[in-house]
Design a protein around this ligand. Structure first.
Ligand code: GLA
Length: 684
């Protein structure tokens, strides 16, 4: 063996080795601390009839010569297919948190460095690949996957994934894989609504151990899990090269997006906590309680006018909202979705006194102020398009594809990226704005240039967002793409919160949030209380239900509160007050997902870092008729991670940790009491 290295996480380790032949790096073991101390569960050096050794080996990042039949991560094309001969490595020996292993092909000049890092305190291994062409000829990368991960699944693989569509994102589902492959992905230039860039694999014989996968890339992507006849499931994670092969010119370097792998010995719920911990690190100093916001979209849609918005803001301030966001419709020419995108100046007809006077009025109510913006898109009916028709993705001589009556700006071009940056930066400098909802309401259809368009768009999007965040650190950014189509780890590092779905109907939303929280931390979950019946989901639920649901992440209100009764406003004020008391625990606490939207038990438990306070948000998912009238015992919500001998108090009630863990917190639903927020304090 040329080398063997172990990377250590908080409750996991990841061991890799370069075998004597030096042609690839392979996994030795990935699991709880100490798992590498024994025969590898994934190694194989037996016979491989009609295959090569690499096809059966747990190769970490395979070329087509290393793994010719079972699927490679890096495909350069047969004429230049790399064949590595030696490897060397740099490991940070002390912490065991980082590793770089280098391979080179002397014939074509390709050099590949596989980077590994487990951010301290997490159970997520980040993997990224640097490619360099040191040869005389250009190299064409037909496939440029970021990583292959190997999972031992001797009894069959249980693959969990999230499917969806607009207004129905993050639907958690599972499929059992005996043999063959399961593929999710997007060719839309955004992660998309159809699948979340997230996958989990468990062995069907032991579902407690879970391995998870995700990609930090806000463009087209794919994740594929394939179980081989030997019981190994290999997960390939990377970009989908929708614009054709990538060209790597002589002397050029390229870093592929980071793939992330997570491990938990506590099933999917534990895996969710691994992702949450990692995303909290991504947020860095920006992690903290998010303001309670009001967003006027569902109340006024495009019919924005200063008077109406101010009336909403006045009531929002009264009930305890902290940030008031004007959604779509505030800029010139924007009376519906057929015109205006691109012309980001406040409409004087809607703000006769000017936007600044309006903002001053909003601020005078003690609120901060936010705006919706969709700066990468343009309507054909706009000044911007009239002036720069050549800035959109288009193919010469062909009609353009309109989606939601709009085109997409070619952000990969420097002048367009500069315009987008300058426009948003200008708005932030000119007006007192604390919050941006950054939307993106159409996928890319046209290619237009012979280039890596997907890569160019994402790279410049990141650059623009990074610069804006650097120069305007107080401005919070909410990422949205017609709901949750731009939810991935690349965006989680650059946005403060995600708008996961346009569907705010209570029971639909419960399912959306249930899936979302499996992959994303609560500080990233923006959720509004809207009017009943919901736009999509008319099933009746109480105002309390809708508040408790929105409190599971970052609470917002999106209803037309001008029409709320004094009683409703008072109830809302009460919930908002309670949310402010618990939101630090929601953001920083350890999350336990209890049951789910299709079950009698449905709750989320948040345990404060000091473990002295536990917040339980619970919902009644079943029929309301008869609830509380017909004989029924309370639903019991088994809480997790509490010290058995400790005592907890919730109002007048007291429980032991053991009782809460084994029997569960009782909640008694009635037709009018269909949700609750219970706060338990440790008293002994
Ligand atoms: C998208 C968003 C909505 C809203 C509208 C405005 O659909 O998801 O929340 O902002 O755009 O046009």
């Amino acid at each position: 063996m040329i080398g063997r290295w172990t990377l250590r996480g908080a409750a996991s380790e990841y061991t890799v080795a370069v075998p004597d032949h030096g042609r690839w790096l392979e996994l030795v073991a990935w699991g709880p601390p100490g798992v590498s101390d024994g025969p590898s569960p994934v190694a194989y050096d037996g016979p491989v009839p009609f295959l090569t050794g690499g096809d059966a080996a747990p190769v970490e990042h395979a070329t087509e010569t290393g793994r010719p039949f079972a699927g490679a991560d890096l495909v350069v094309g047969s004429r230049a297919a790399p064949r590595f001969t030696g490897a060397d490595a740099d490991a940070d020996g002390e912490g065991g948190h980082a590793l770089a292993v280098r391979f080179a092909d002397d014939v074509n000049g390709l050099r590949v460095t596989l980077h590994y890092r487990i951010p301290p305190g997490t159970d997520v291994v980040e993997r990224w690949v640097e490619l360099a062409n040191d040869g005389p000829e250009p190299l064409r990368l037909e496939r440029a996957g970021s990583a292959g991960f190997s999972v031992p699944t001797p009894h069959g693989a249980r693959v969990s994934y999230q499917w969806g569509q607009w207004a129905q994102e993050f639907q958690l589902d599972h499929v059992d894989l005996g043999h063959g492959a399961f593929l999710v992905g997007s060719a839309q230039g955004v992660p998309g609504h159809r699948y979340a860039p997230w996958l989990a694999v468990r062995d069907r014989g032991d579902e407690a151990q879970a391995w998870g996968f995700a990609l930090a890339w806000t463009g087209s992507w794919e994740i594929e899990a394939e179980r081989d006849t030997g019981g190994l499931t290999r997960v390939r994670v990377g970009r989908r090269l929708v614009d054709g092969p990538l060209e790597l010119a002589p002397g050029e370097r390229l870093t592929l997006p980071t793939a992330a792998g997570a491990f938990s010995a506590e099933g999917l719920a534990g895996l969710a906590r691994a992702w949450h911990g990692y995303q909290r690190r991504l947020a860095g100093e920006r992690l903290g309680a998010r303001p309670v916001l009001y967003n006027s979209w569902e109340a006024t849609y495009f019919a924005v006018d200063a008077g109406g918005q101010l009336e909403l803001a006045r009531i929002a301030a009264e009930i305890g909202v902290e940030t008031f966001v004007v959604d779509d419709g505030w800029f010139t020419g924007r009376d519906d979705d057929t015109a205006g995108l691109g012309d980001w100046t406040p409409d004087p007809a809607k703000f006769p006194g000017g936007l600044d006077a309006f903002v001053a009025d909003v601020r005078g109510l003690g609120l901060r102020f936010g705006l919706w913006i969709e700066p990468e898109c343009v309507n054909p009916r706009s000044r911007l398009y009239a002036e720069h028709p050549g800035w959109v993705y288009s193919v010469d001589g062909r009609p353009l594809t309109e989606i939601r009556n709009q085109y997409l700006l070619d952000l990969g071009r420097p002048e367009v990226a500069e315009w987008v940056h300058g426009t948003v930066d200008g708005l932030l400098r000119k007006h007192a704005i604390d919050y941006l909802k950054w939307d993106f309401n159409r996928p890319r259809t046209e290619a237009g240039r012979a280039a890596d368009i997907d890569g160019g768009h994402v790279t410049n999007l990141y650059r623009v967002l990074d610069e804006l965040r650097r120069d305007h650190p107080h401005v919070l950014v909410e990422a949205c793409a017609g709901g949750g189509a731009r939810t991935d780890l690349g965006m989680a590092a650059r946005a403060d919160v995600f708008w996961p779905s346009d569907n705010t109907g209570p029971l639909d939303r419960l399912a959306i949030q249930h899936g979302f929280l499996h992959a994303n931390a609560p500080h990233l979950l923006s959720s509004w209380v809207t009017d009943a019946p919901g736009l999509f989901d008319p099933r009746p639920r109480s105002l309390a239900f809708r508040f408790v649901l929105a409190m599971a992440g970052v609470l917002g209100v999106g209803a037309d509160i001008r029409h709320w009764s004094a009683g409703q406003r008072a109830e809302a004020a009460g919930w908002i007050r309670r949310y402010k008391e618990i939101r630090d625990i929601v953001v920083h606490g350890s999350v336990h997902l209890i049951g789910g939207p299709g079950q009698d038990r449905c709750a989320v438990q948040y345990t404060a870092p000091d473990e002295r306070t536990v917040v339980v948000l619970a919902w009644h998912t079943g029929r309301l008729d008869g609830a509380g009238l017909l004989p029924a015992r309370p639903v019991r919500l088994p809480l997790r991670g509490l010290a058995p001998a400790a005592r907890y108090r919730a109002g007048e009630r007291q429980f032991s940790g053991s009782h809460l863990g084994s029997v569960g917190l009782p909640v008694q639903w009635t037709a009018t009491h269909d949700a609750d927020a219970v706060v338990l304090h440790r008293i002994a």
